[in-house]
Ligand binder design. Sequence first.
Ligand code: MN
Length: 499
Amino acid sequence: MIDISKKEVWFITGSQHLYGPETLKQVADNSKEIVKTLNKSASIPVQVVFKPIVKTTDEIVQTLSASNHAENCIGVITWMHTFSPAKMWIRGLTSLQKPLLHLHTQFNRDIPWNTIDMDFMNLNQAAHGDREFGFIVSRLRKNRKVVVGHWSSEKTQKQIGDWTRVAAGWDDWQGAKFARFGDNMRFVAVTDGDKVEAEKQFGFSVNTYAVGDLVAVINTISDKDIDTLIKEYEQTYHLAASLRSDGKNRSALIEAARIELGLEQFLVDGGFKGFSDNFEDLHGLRQLPGIAVQRLMQKGYGFAGEGDWKTAALVRAMKVMGSGLEGGNAFMEDYTYHLDPSDPKVLGSHMLEVDPVLAAEKPSCEVHPLGIGGKEDPVRLVFNGRAGNSLNAALMDFGNRFRLLINKTVGEEVKSELPKLPVARVLWKPLPDFETACTAWILAGGAHHTCYSENITAEQLEDFAEIAGIESLVIDENTTIRNFKSEIRTNEAFYSKTH
Ligand code: MN
């Protein structure tokens, strides 16, 4: 359900009339060549669209205003091949609502030492043209991404591509709808928050729907559609003996399939990009949705349990950012620790809802009792996570601001059998080390719910927070508690002033 390939970033080159028509034609031709090259790059997952060179205040206003209204445009890239006096950019940048990337590059890579003359110097002016532009963006206090390097280099293209993924995640949030079935888990603090402020800051809306309305849709699902879905379960997973056609819990599987189809129907009908539920509020549902939620997350829906709409939205945005890449983005919870001093680590899981996008092998489909909720035994997919670099991200509401907290982690292979653990699980070690990471996470008020990512970088999430205009904090290989505390205190002052 996620496809960002048709999304566009506009490539806008600034100049001025002073140079005369001949040079301006050269500037346009050079820009077109850069755009052509960027569109060939495997690192850039969206369309880069050349826009005519802007040379006056009005042209800049017109182009940037048009980007605000262009539905497929997720962001703009600006570059000053020549000098573009930056007062000309004030009105346009002030009205710009799309994310901005300032590409600091030069058309000619190398100085032609033997032939360089003033014509070369006057054409290849980004070294000072981009500084003039950078000043005005800073003067306007506007967040933007700056990428530096020659446009032909893979490294530069990768940085641009990574940012377009971030912009696509942001674009996806604008106007997105998230459904909550039931309210927040009773008395829980971190999963709650200000949905009005979130809509203002992030562009998505969150509204609650009665579980009874969901049950009404579930009850319309036909036996034929349930049979078809169960065949898919049988082909896709190792089915536990008790769930097979002659098994004693077959009826639980039928009910699970009915819930999945009804839930999906509800989400499709309402145009929702994600949802949350709450095991305390399942009125009329016979099981807590397990496999249903797991498979819908794998399809691209954002989800988090216990009414946690912030994490559900974050999971969705990160799924969009990572679309088409190896690895996954998934709702996660720090569940249990292994506190062996020589090898401490975290076992991540949830009651049921672990996204099979993380599965290292073919999941098994099982049914087990659930200790809470007082409902029938729910069906779930059980599997192990993978080894590899990863991170956890969490979004919290601090009253005067939202904070996006990111911790780099290293995923580990699950080597033990865990014969009595009836849920999917992921093992990781947080960076820089277990004690520092957990101390910093707790000092930052980090949630127990996260989005666990195998393909998004901390830098991308920092860029995402800048686009959103919220705080971000990163716990990584360079974190020390002293500096981290200082950063929290500095941010407290900064956000007190500006919000
Ligand atoms: Mn939870």
